[in-house]
Design a protein around this ligand. Structure first.
Ligand SMILES: Cc1cc2nc3c(=O)[nH]c(=O)nc-3n(C[C@H](O)[C@H](O)[C@H](O)COP(=O)(O)OP(=O)(O)OC[C@H]3O[C@@H](n4cnc5c(N)ncnc54)[C@H](O)[C@@H]3O)c2cc1C
Length: 447
């Protein structure tokens, strides 16, 4: 008898998961609450609606990690990529799409699939039986959010992200920055050197505050109230509360001695902390912000040591429901406490249309393979898909987990290649060549 996979949410992830699983031979039911229940961002009842920008970002599969994810999804017969290609608009090296025909084609294709059914209605409970994927996205309805929270614990489900910028470690000037935890706290040398510190003089601090106050800020979307609380105020809001606020908060200089200039006490210190187990990415501690992206790079490059910094991700604060995947999910994307339920898409703590669709593709295949009695290993670590799923289900720091875009900082280094800006082109080509081979090998085990 053909078995059934239920998917809650017919967005980027749920649509792709349904397509993959149905093509592997399962019956699939997509449970989608729209148009009966609306969100503040969606406008239609279509599946896979793009809620804001109409771009899938770079389509360069040799030099860009998002472009590489496009390539991997195309190689896996991904529906989202097929329809994006069909409705492509001119946009230079980016993949922009005509949003309404795109979503309409995804909807029509899924509705026409002989093994896919769409049940319109909101799900508000965690299912106790059967095989399920939860792909309800950043705007998961309150009812289901409450049920997830009851299962996982309040601390493991967030309703807002508070993203601090992430910097590639090898782009920081270590002639200015130094490694030290405040008051050298920690039992091991690794812990005593867990933070990277960037010192500021009084003049540099004052100029930084002026730039923060003057920077362009993004508005909250309609319906997306500024529900941040005092623990995660944007840095520019802290600066507005008083010029000294940051110096007594995330930029306080106490307990730190500049290793390059031990006799001069810094007036303020910006701290960065490891963001992944590989140590290739660092987040700027406490620097969540609503500054516009252009303003962020300008302002953050004023920080001594970060003048030449490359950013893997810029900061932001958004309405965004996501779970603490590093603690809750196994590498098959199953909820450890209820392995009949998988999570996929943005709710797992990835960020963006492409990453969400990619996690749907993977969850759909893993679920179908398991149900059909031929379980698959998860995506290979060296592929873009594998680097991303590994990050959210284990590589990321669970305590400070925040949503992540795909980027080369998540990839294992390739031996023998030059670090820094100079070697970047060769390094990225080596990552993408290696990824394509690993991904093809993984796919070939399934055909
Ligand atoms: C305001 C806003 C702007 C954004 N702008 C961008 C952008 O410009 N570019 C970008 O790449 N990403 C953007 N994102 C992120 C983007 O939404 C996601 O990357 C992507 O849509 C996530 O895919 P998903 O499948 O995980 O969730 P979604 O695409 O949101 O799909 C989830 C689906 O689940 C349904 N659902 C929710 N709860 C239930 C329930 N209880 N029962 C049944 N169905 C339910 C929803 O109606 C929805 O259709 C934005 C997000 C928001 C909120």
């Amino acid at each position: 008898m053909t078995q059934t996979l239920h998917i809650i949410g017919g967005g980027m992830a749920g649509s792709e998961a349904a397509w993959q699983a149905a093509n592997m031979g399962l019956n699939v039911v997509i449970h989608e609450m729209r148009p009966k229940v609306e969100t503040f961002a969606h406008r239609t009842g279509n599946l896979a609606e793009m809620v804001c920008s109409n771009s899938f970002r770079s389509d360069d599969s040799e030099q860009n990690a998002v472009g590489l994810l496009h390539w991997e999804m195309r190689a896996a017969n991904g529906l989202i990529m097929q329809m994006a290609d069909k409705h492509r608009l001119p946009a230079g090296g980016a993949l922009a799409v005509d949003r309404d025909p795109f979503a309409q084609s995804v909807t029509d294709t899924l509705l026409a699939h002989p093994r896919i059914q769409v049940a319109y209605g909101e799900i508000t409970e965690l299912p106790s039986e059967g095989h399920w994927i939860i792909a309800t996205g950043p705007l998961t309805s309150a009812g289901l959010g409450g049920a997830i929270q009851a299962e996982t614990g309040a601390d493991a489900l967030a309703f807002f992200d508070a993203i601090a910028p992430i910097v590639y470690a090898d782009s920081i000037n270590m002639d200015i920055a130094w490694l030290q935890s405040r008051y050298d706290k920690g039992d091991t040398e690794e812990e005593q050197k867990a933070y990277l510190n960037c010192p500021m003089t009084k003049d540099q601090y004052e100029a930084f505050i002026d730039a923060l106050l003057a920077a362009d800020k993004a508005e909250f979307h309609e319906g997306e109230t500024a529900g941040y609380f005092d623990g995660c105020l944007p840095i520019e809001v802290m600066a507005e509360r008083g010029r000294e606020t940051l110096r007594h908060g995330p930029m306080k200089p106490v307990g730190l001695t500049n290793a390059h200039d031990p006799d001069n006490k810094p007036y303020a210190v910006v701290q960065l902390r490891r963001d992944n187990a590989l140590g290739t990415l660092l987040n700027i501690v406490g620097f969540q912000t609503k500054m516009k992206y252009g303003a962020q790079t300008e302002v953050f490059k004023m920080i001594p040591g970060l003048e030449e910094a490359s950013f893997a991700r810029l900061g932001g604060i958004h309405r965004n429901t996501f779970i603490n995947s590093p603690t809750l999910l196994d590498d098959q994307m199953r909820l450890k406490s209820r392995p009949n339920i998988r999570f996929a898409g943005q709710i797992t703590g990835v960020e963006g249309y492409v990453e969400s669709a990619a996690m749907g593709l993977l969850a759909g295949r893993l679920a179908a393979a398991e149900i059909l009695g031929t379980p698959l290993p998860t995506a290979p670590l060296n592929s873009a898909m594998g680097a991303l799923v590994h990050h959210i289900t284990g590589g990321a720091e669970a305590k400070t987990f925040q949503p992540m875009n795909v980027n080369f900082g998540l990839f294992q280094p390739v031996d023998g290649l030059k670090g820094g800006r100079r070697g970047r082109k060769d390094r990225y080509k080596a990552y993408t060549d290696r990824a394509k081979e690993a991904w093809q090998n993984w796919l070939s085990t399934q055909s």
